[in-house]
Ligand binder design. Structure first.
Ligand code: GDP
Ligand code: IMO
Ligand code: MG
Length: 420
């Protein structure tokens, strides 16, 4: 059996959590393969909204296996908080949740280093979620990190040794912090983590594949935040693309099956960095309001703009996308016209291939198409789509050369149209 991958094609928050939850009944195993609690994946069902950060979005289907893969970074403190919050809502998910022993641990001092680094950058800050992601991946590639498996013996000693290194590093910054505040709950959370199913996930996942089980890998962040292919340095610290799923789970490239590339019918970004089709006018404000565009992890208002085909084509290429999923189509209802960035004008040059850098003098070249006025949130099939939406979808399919197989028209599970 192959592993299908679902990942974001923009700057994150494309609706991955919602769609993974909808697709989960078709799968046996759901995995996360990169990122950590910088992610905020929202699911809505039964009038309740859940935001998951480190736990795969298949977790609400009690008969499915959910695995936090080796490529993920995990903060024991926020992980415990996430588990406790779910338990309080009546979901005891610990039985079908499995965690790779090779996943790296985000320690309190990683979070302090993240905050100190951002503060030192001033205006050029990345806009990090301050969850300690960058410093943890730095320790991983620097070969200093601690992994989940390290909590099984002498954790306190290992922690103190790494903490000492971090405190030395922090001495370079002019940054004040209260270490006790950051360390609150650490040892209880390590204890809690020890009681969970800690596994050699690469063996388990490959065993599932061999035994004919269906696996869905859930991406976090988005392609434009990828450490290699995103808008560097305004990116996250992991490979968010399809290839990252191989590394972050321990599966061979020829095991990848379908690649679902998910995108919003427009575009958003949270944090700093270039965003060619960003709108600074009333239309941007309208999109933010209609789409409730506020970060699921940090609550920050998301920057909003039109869809960007230059970036999307690049994302489709890098990921080998086989099926597209368009979300938040309902949010575009009521706009007289819709714009699509089809190229970038940089100086006198028209650029259609995503360039090395996105300079300040870049101007998007737009194609304008008619919008639609129909409320989509109760639509049950694509036959009910307004002609203008059908045309929008056909145009995107033609340009991206990949079929749009799912259209999402609201945050709820049932507001998901699978196209014929
Ligand atoms: P993720 O990080 O990719 O899982 O996305 P987020 O959860 O951060 O952000 C997506 C937001 O849009 C969440 O609040 C979802 O509930 C919501 N959402 C998902 N799909 C749709 C949709 O089709 N229409 C609308 N209006 N909201 C959606
Ligand atoms: P999901 O999975 C949107 C952004 C941050 C910042 C940059 C680096 O919900 O789509 P980091 O904390 O990783 O060092 O921040 O990446 N970012 C996200 N933006 N959605 C996310 O995750 C994000 N995770 C990180 O805002 O610009
Ligand atoms: Mg999100």
């Amino acid at each position: 059996m192959k592993v299908d991958v679902l990942l974001g094609l923009q700057w994150g928050d494309e609706g991955k959590g919602k769609v993974v939850d909808v697709l989960t009944p078709e799968y046996d195993v759901i995995t996360r393969f990169q990122g950590g609690p910088n992610a905020g994946h929202t699911l809505e069902f039964g009038d309740v909204k859940h935001v998951l950060h480190n736990i795969p979005s298949g977790i609400f289907h009690g008969d499915k296996i959910n695995i936090v893969g080796n490529g993920v970074v995990l903060d024991p403190i926020t992980f415990k908080e996430e588990l406790d919050a779910l338990k309080e809502k009546g979901f005891d998910i610990t039985k079908n949740l499995y965690i790779s022993k090779k996943a790296h641990l985000i320690l309190p001092t990683h979070r302090i280093l993240d905050a100190a680094s951002e503060a030192s950058k001033g205006k050029t800050k990345i806009g990090s979620t301050l969850k300690g992601i960058g410093p943890t991946y730095m320790d991983k590639t620097g070969r200093n990190g601690l992994r989940v498996g390290d909590i099984l013996s002498n954790f306190d000693e290992k922690y103190e040794a790494l903490k000492k290194k971090h405190l030395q590093l922090l001495g370079m910054y002019n940054f004040e912090y209260d270490i006790e505040e950051y360390e609150k709950g650490l040892f209880e959370s390590i204890e809690a983590l020890r009681s969970l199913n800690l596994i050699d996930s690469e063996h388990e996942i490959n065993r599932y594949i061999r035994n004919g089980k269906k696996v869905l890998a859930e991406g976090a962040q988005g392609t434009m935040l990828d450490i290699d292919f995103g808008s560097y340095p305004y990116v996250t610290s992991s490979n968010t693309v399809t290839a990252g799923a191989c590394i972050g789970m321990g599966i061979a490239p020829n095991r990848i099956g379908e690649v679902y590339g998910i995108f919003k019918a427009y575009c958003t970004r949270v944090g700093s960095g270039p965003f060619p089709s960003e709108l600074f006018d009333e239309t941007g404000e309208e999109l933010r309001k209609a789409g409730h565009e506020f970060g699921a992890t940090t609550g920050r208002p998301r920057r909003c703009g039109w869809i960007d085909l230059v970036a999307l084509k690049y994302a489709v290429m890098i990921n080998g996308v086989t099926q597209l999923i368009m979300t938040k189509s309902d949010v575009l209802s009521g706009f007289e016209t819709i714009k699509i960035a089809v190229a970038y004008k940089i100086g006198d040059e028209i650029v259609e291939e995503f360039p090395f850098e996105l300079p300040d003098n870049l101007e998007p070249v737009y194609k304008e198409i008619p919008g639609w006025n129909k409320d989509l949130t109760n639509v049950m099939s694509e036959d009910e789509f307004p002609e203008e939406l059908k045309d929008y979808i056909s145009y995107l399919e033609k340009e991206l050369n990949v079929p749009v197989s799912i259209v999402s028209v609201g945050p709820g599970r049932e507001q998901t149209i699978v196209r014929k």
